[in-house]
Design a protein around this ligand. Sequence first.
Ligand code: GLU
Length: 492
Amino acid sequence: MNKNRTRVRFAPSPTGYLHVGGLRTALYNYLFAKQSGGDFILRIEDTDQNRYVEGAVENLIKTLKWVGLEYDEGPNKEGSVGPYFQSKRLDFYNKYANQLLEQGDAYRCFCTPERLSDLKEQQQKAKLPQAKYDKHCLNLSKEEIEKNIVDGISYVIRLNVKPGDSVIINDVVRERVEFSRDVIDDQVLIKTDGFPTYHMANVVDDHLMGITHVIRGEEWLSSTPKHILLYNAFGWKIPIFAHLPLLLNADRSKLSKRQGDVAVEDYKLKGYLKEALINFVALLGWSTSDNDEFFNMNDLIEKFSLERIHKAGAIFNVEKLDWINAEHLRKQDKNIILNMLKEILAESKYKDIEFTDEYLLLVIEGMIERVSFIKDYIDNSTYFFERPNVYDEEVISKRWKDDSVKLLENYAAKISGLNNPTKEDFEIALKQVAEEAECGAGRIIHPVRVATSGVGIGPGVYDLLFILGKDEVIARINKAIKIIPELKSKLG
Ligand code: GLU
């Protein structure tokens, strides 16, 4: 391991899904690693046996892969400092916990859960600012400790927070943050089951894995003084810290499931593009000096900087995500959109209908300014996939006139003589029919649109006609002129 190389890590606890906040942490770490030619490591912090969720790690890896955050080292991609699952690294934690015991920087605590909860209660009654362990077991004699061990009394290993100066964190985002030792508890490092706590495992691994920068959510800032005490106790180099601002709902409360989706997968299922999600998440707490808002991954790698991370909480604004999604969709390679459209068509009621790629590409192009999501193609322009069965009543009331049938018949007759008409041919033909009937083009445009699409909005009418093609347009006109006049007379 090259000591000067930037090494960062994403260290999730596998609790079932990747939270959008986790995605942001992973992304910032990834961007920082890539722009400095460093390594991005995935470490699974799975030492809390009670929180084990079947399939969570696989799901997490799959989701990271989907968004394009490939790690350099991690599960199934062994580097020189594995394993990358904390549950497989227990020997390391025990070795280092023993070192702390020997140094007097940690001690065994045999207190029962009852004693601890009584203590907490007393401290709360006494209105102490923070419940803390009272170091009762720090004073046990060597003999008492040995006897307890022989008697099989279970114990934890605690950090011994010694009196001293405040602990200072020089955070890239939060700048200088100071914690008085009075508020730092003698944190449990190794639990009764022999498993480490987050603090112990996190510090040992960050050291052993050569992590140079710890980029993580602000909710971990209060743990950092404990980590610094551990680094100092071991005499290890302290990494650079950058704590990312909280993610907030629109009402500035902490981002929660109750107010919307928080799992990356949910956004995937809803049809958001991974490019859009990455772009949006990158802007949750970071911006460029010129406030650009449209980025792809390469732009982000180039432009990202820890120094431009905001301190203030970042509001998770779904409307902005939708806007970004539409922007990315517009810039997406049409063949990629084609594949996505085919995928959703295959799951739709149109699954048994054959559409050629050529046709679907025309639909994609024709609707591109009118969609924010791939599914909008199906939801907003069903007429490209089936003949209309209903016709918009409001449009009929307003736009269908006594001469509409005649004009459409004339138009159908006119285009039937054309050979593979282009968009322009459809237009010229329509204008000719209007001229012959001595009416404005609008008198035909509106009826022909509703006759062929069933609705009054959509792409430009000549685009619509061209995409549908001559035969289909004629068939739709013939169907509509049998149905709409009756509908019109009912509507009055
Ligand atoms: N396991 C912690 C989490 O679930 C990691 C926090 C850190 O990055 O130190 O987010």
